[in-house]
Write a protein that binds this ligand. Structure first.
Ligand SMILES: Cn1cc(CCO)c2c3c(c(-c4ccccc4Cl)cc21)C(=O)NC3=O
Length: 290
């Protein structure tokens, strides 16, 4: 392995998963353990102190979080040829943005039980991030990844998505991309806010008193979009309308879910529920039918 870098030495690159200003992500097979991973390879960060600091920040946040059931798991990171490579859990179900785009094309939508599962899983993931005194700062459908696994149907588990045969599918949502993670204690280094479609007004006004509530705001708009409320404005009067708490009622949603979205995007961050509160008050799955 001395002649090639660690990436070529340890992994077989199977598929290009995506590219962005950050770099590129590949689905890779680890030669030794035989598992699939998502490996992100950044652009060279050498002469770009800002990119270098962000890369280190992302690795620190991943390492601090360890493995949480609803945060995409981090395995390893290394530098080679001035690029940062980060090895993450591969989520085989795509991301929520892709799922919503497909549903818009197929004119289908996430029904209430599925929306409640999404709320529960992402709330648990956010709670584990906030417990570490960190804020994600870029919650949006693109950063919610889906893991699908086949499980034996058991009559005790009502939350499985099954059909006739014995095998059912378990769907788990996980928060990924910790590239914007910020300490909620010393918020001075909050340089670039996340995606403006999910950005709360107080962050735009540089009020960083409670960054966790900015995550709750973005999470609220993510649920609103998953429920069929999108696409969200990037700016203009509709953008401000939403920040004044005006979102249209989602027809097929229960009032309970509609009220939840409204309180999560409340203009006053203190009125928004915490992630822990969302997990606790979360309606158990059996309350909303099969
Ligand atoms: C574009 N893209 C597509 C996927 C596969 C979804 O089925 C993907 C993943 C990740 C990431 C990712 C995001 C941010 C930082 C590091 C990584 Cl590996 C990006 C991904 C990641 O951490 N885990 C993924 O599955």
């Amino acid at each position: 392995c001395s002649s090639v870098g660690r990436y070529q030495c340890e992994f077989v690159e199977l598929e290009h998963l995506g590219s962005g200003q950050f770099g590129s992500v590949y689905r890779c097979l680890h030669r030794l353990d035989g598992f699939l991973y998502a490996v992100k390879r950044s652009k060279p960060v050498a002469r770009n102190p800002y990119a270098h600091r962000r890369a280190c920040n992302e690795v620190h946040a991943n390492a601090a979080l360890g493995s949480q059931p609803h945060v995409v798991r981090y395995f390893s990171a290394w530098m080679e040829e001035e690029r940062l490579s980060i090895q993450q859990e591969y989520c085989n179900g795509g991301d929520l943005a892709g799922l919503l785009a497909r549903m818009r094309r197929e004119r289908t939508r996430l029904e209430e039980p599925e929306l409640r599962r999404l709320v529960r899983h992402v709330a648990e993931g956010l709670r584990s991030i906030h417990r570490m005194k960190l804020a994600h700062m870029d919650i949006k459908p693109d950063n919610v990844f889906i893991c699908r696994s086949k499980v034996w149907k058991s009559r005790l588990r009502v939350d499985l998505v099954g059909n006739g045969d014995d095998l059912a599918e378990e769907i788990i949502y996980k928060i990924g991309d910790l590239g914007h993670v910020t300490s909620i204690v010393n918020t001075k280094e909050l340089e670039d806010e996340g995606d403006c479609r999910y950005l709360s007004r107080e962050i735009l006004r540089e009020d960083f008193r409670d960054l966790t509530k900015a995550d709750i705001f973005a999470f609220g708009l993510t649920i609103y979009e998953a429920a069929g409320g999108g696409p969200l404005p990037k700016n203009g009067p509709e953008w401000h309308d939403i920040r004044n708490g005006n979102v249209k009622k989602i027809t097929h949603c229960s009032n309970e879910l509609d009220e939840l979205i409204k309180i999560m995007i409340h203009p006053d961050p203190e009125k928004r529920p915490s992630a822990a509160n969302l997990v606790k008050r979360e309606f158990p799955i059996n309350q909303c039918g099969p």
